[in-house]
Write a protein that binds this ligand. Structure first.
Ligand code: BMA
Length: 365
């Protein structure tokens, strides 16, 4: 499977060199060749290739029954390979903490980002921040003035911008051993069409949500960050809901969506998941194609993987119907036995996951 990724990279490079090299000798390229731009082009080629990068949150730092070991991964234990996409969460970095909200030390995260880059993989960051108004966590929605104060109350805004500079500093400092910046995907203010976060639909106005993004871009640009590919990822929604708070073509590179498979009251609700994913990814791919952007399935999973054939029979067939660059499954918590989204050795869905990883559509490294 490593060969697959190398082959894709080589053909992308070949197309680039043969397809546009000559023209570029005569004209200046229209867009500066930043690390972010290179990753955008790689992800665009990936989505076109029909092969989909497989991702897993916090994969190499802890798993269902272990934590902080080096070199281990529940995915690798089962398949012999790492996910091609590693997901990380920056929550608490804004506070100046040394570990994130799930206990992952940021220094370890930085080393793992470098290791993932060295093996040819890609890193994506989510952010479950603590509010600069009162330090409430992302899920505390009791104060619906949080976002408006963040973007317009001078004192709170100063603190928000300070938080942003901390994030920008961390991301800007991600470098390979040769001193080249490592381009990453950043996906803040996610699932905004739902109302479970303080930046969600019912908890702030469209204008204030928009200002969260524009101020973030201002601070990142001012800090000279040129290694972020920006992802927008509302939850389940129609195209109209999805686009209602779209931050704009000048801000967003990736059209993602976060959709989970939720059984309820004894009903697996697999058809509802299929319908939501078909609709969500149809929105992402259509809106992305219209603007020359990238589509991705930014978060998904069935908690506990309680269907033994979920990966080959539910996820894989859905993925094959869309031109997306990657799919990311959520984390395997080490301290909550039922909270995992990828099987582990001994799990009833382990063989099915191995079969999924052997399907040449999905890229592991
Ligand atoms: C949620 C759960 C939480 C976790 C948070 C941030 O979906 O997994 O346990 O703290 O994401 O990673």
């Amino acid at each position: 499977m490593k060969k697959t990724l190398t082959a894709i990279l080589a053909s992308t490079l070949f197309l680039f060199v043969t397809g546009c090299g000559h023209k570029q000798k005569q004209e200046e390229p229209a867009v500066a060749k930043t690390p972010a731009r290179e990753l955008i082009e790689r992800l665009q080629a990936q989505a076109e290739s029909g092969k989909i990068l497989f991702g897993h949150q916090d994969d190499p730092v802890y798993g269902h029954s272990w934590k902080w070991e080096q070199g281990r991964s529940d995915v690798k234990d089962l398949t012999g390979h790492y996910p091609a996409i590693m997901g990380w969460d920056l929550g608490r970095l804004e506070l100046g903490d040394t570990v994130n909200l799930d206990g992952v030390p940021f220094e370890r995260m930085r080393r793992e980002v470098i290791a993932q880059d060295a093996r040819g993989g890609i890193n994506t960051f989510s952010w479950h921040p603590y509010s600069p108004v009162d330090n409430y966590d992302s899920w505390n929605i009791s104060d619906t003035t949080t976002v408006s104060r963040m973007v317009s109350d001078p004192k709170v805004n100063r603190e928000y911008r300070r938080q942003l500079r901390r994030l920008a500093h961390f991301i800007n400092g991600l470098m390979d051993p040769d001193g080249n910046k490592i381009a990453v995907i950043f996906r803040p203010w996610h699932e905004n069409t739902g109302s479970w976060f303080w930046w969600g639909d019912k908890n702030c106005s469209d204008a204030d949500y928009h200002a969260l993004w524009t101020q973030m871009r201002e601070e990142f640009d001012a800090a000279g960050v040129d290694n972020v590919v920006w992802a927008y990822s509302p939850g389940t929604s129609t195209a109209q809901e999805y686009m209602k708070r779209y931050p704009g073509d000048d801000i967003i590179d990736i059209f993602g969506t976060d959709i989970y498979h939720y059984p309820y009251d004894g009903d697996m609700r697999t058809d509802a998941y299929r319908r939501d994913v078909m609709q969500g990814l149809e929105t992402c791919t259509t809106e992305a194609a219209r603007r020359g952007k990238i589509a991705a399935f930014s978060e998904t999973g069935l908690e506990g993987v309680v269907m033994d054939d979920w990966f080959t029979n539910v996820l894989a067939p859905l993925m094959k119907q869309h031109k997306i660059a990657y799919v990311l499954c959520w984390r395997n918590a080490h301290d909550k036995p039922g909270h995992h989204y990828v099987p582990y050795e001994g799990h009833p869905a382990a063989d099915d996951f191995r079969a999924f990883a052997n399907d040449s559509t999905f890229v592991f490294i």
